[in-house]
Design a protein around this ligand. Structure first.
Ligand code: PLP
Length: 397
């Protein structure tokens, strides 16, 4: 057995570090999923998770990764050949649109540069052109995990309403739920797709669909084949806290504790903690002299930061060095950003000392790899987190 002393830093933007109380809950003995103890747990998590999505509507929980919940959102609401509108914000939006095409949907993808979020005005214009109301759904990724760009979902809802268009709004919040404010009901989202292994601080294996009344009505007429992912069978039996097939009992034990932890801290405090970690990270990255992949400050993600390395330097070699020297995993560049970008996940069970620890590991890695940078980025992060106004003003000069 080989052993690397100290804790591994899992700083990819999901899966994230699982806190000990959640791990302990998952490690409890597996229980009978049709017995009374499970029914009680089922009711608790099914109602608790609604408070995280900020919805009164049902939230369906699947024993599947986020990709399963993407598929569930599409197959429950749509029929073969349906037109849908999607927006290319990065790798994850691209995967979702590929899935839609594989399922036999006619997905029109609004192109993007992977440095900006969703432009609600473009969506509004496309819908206004659609006089026949043939577009059945608009699909957007709230937090694009490949680029560190967060899009405004409320603005998309407004654009759909202003166009007087009946399309459903489907939103992927897999890497924002529990890290960045999200409001299923208030923003008028029809299906919200979530996952367990990012802001919710659980291991991978659970995913979610929050489902509006309008989406449930659409499901009655939708004819894409579905069985495992069918909402109505789930929702019917969920009423008593049970599931139509074996749920991930142990992960649900963990979910109960994760929800309690988020509320014990307070959701607004959780979001503010993520905002601070992200701001400290960006100050550090700028000090080093690197560009942030997100080109619009209003769309910076509080869950992760994607960092562009100068031409001619390998982000993958840097990540490999950091893993070997500092026992820390950072996210890789995806698709066209491969080897050009690395991603720092600052989400989930994460505090300020971890922020500076992560940035220290990166700064040491930059030096080890001979990548030109201005040393002292970690100090810039510390000045911000410590509220050292004098030093921050000095740095701004
Ligand atoms: C992680 C992620 C996914 C994919 O989820 P899996 O659990 O890997 O299937 C989809 N969308 C976004 C935005 C993600 O961050």
């Amino acid at each position: 057995m080989s052993y690397q002393p100290g804790r591994h830093f899992l700083q990819i933007p999901g899966p994230t570090n699982t806190p000990l109380p959640v791990l302990a809950a998952i490690a409890k003995p597996t229980i009978d999923h049709r017995g009374p103890e499970f029914g009680k747990l089922g009711l608790e998590v099914l109602s608790g998770i609604k408070t995280i999505f900020k919805t009164e509507s049902p939230v369906v929980i699947y024993p599947a990764s986020g990709t399963g919940a993407w598929e569930a959102a599409l197959v429950n609401t749509l029929s073969p050949g349906d037109r849908i509108l999607m927006v290319e914000t990065g790798w994850f939006s691209t995967l979702w649109s590929r899935m839609a095409k594989k399922l036999g949907l006619e997905a029109e993808v609004i192109p993007g540069d992977w440095r900006h979020g969703v432009d609600a005005a473009v969506i509004g214009a496309k819908l206004a052109e659609d006089k026949a109301k043939a577009i059945k759904a608009v699909c957007v990724v709230h937090n694009e995990t490949s680029t560190g760009v967060t899009s405004g979902v409320a603005a998309v809802r407004k654009a759909i309403d202003q166009a007087g268009h009946p399309a459903l709004l489907l939103v992927d919040t897999i890497s924002s739920l529990g890290s960045i404010d999200y409001r299923h009901d208030e923003w008028g989202v029809d299906v919200t797709v979530g996952g367990s292994q990012k802001g919710l601080m659980l291991p991978p294996g659970l995913s979610f669909n929050a489902v509006s009344d309008k989406a449930r009505a659409a499901a009655k007429a939708a004819t894409l084949p579905r069985s495992f992912f069918d909402w109505e069978e789930m929702i019917a039996i969920n009423g008593k806290g049970y599931f139509p097939y074996t749920p991930s009992t142990n992960l649900l034990q963990g979910l109960k504790v994760a929800i309690e932890m988020l509320h014990a801290e307070g959701l607004d405090n959780v979001f503010a903690r993520h905002d601070r970690a992200a701001e400290a990270t960006r100050r550090c990255v700028r000090h080093w002299g690197f560009e942030i992949q997100c080109a619009n400050a209003a769309e910076y993600s509080s869950a992760l930061t994607a960092v562009r390395l100068p031409e001619g330097h390998s982000a993958d070699a840097l990540r490999a060095t950091i893993l070997e020297r500092s026992n820390m995993s950072l996210g890789n560049g995806l698709g066209p950003l491969a080897d050009k970008v690395f991603r720092i996940g600052h989400l989930g069970d994460f505090h300020e000392l971890m922020v500076t620890g992560v940035l220290t590991g990166v700064e040491m890695g930059l030096a080890a790899c001979g990548i030109p940078h201005k040393p002292g980025g970690v100090q810039a992060a510390m000045d911000y987190l410590g509220g050292n106004a004098a030093r921050m003003a000095q740095a701004a000069e």
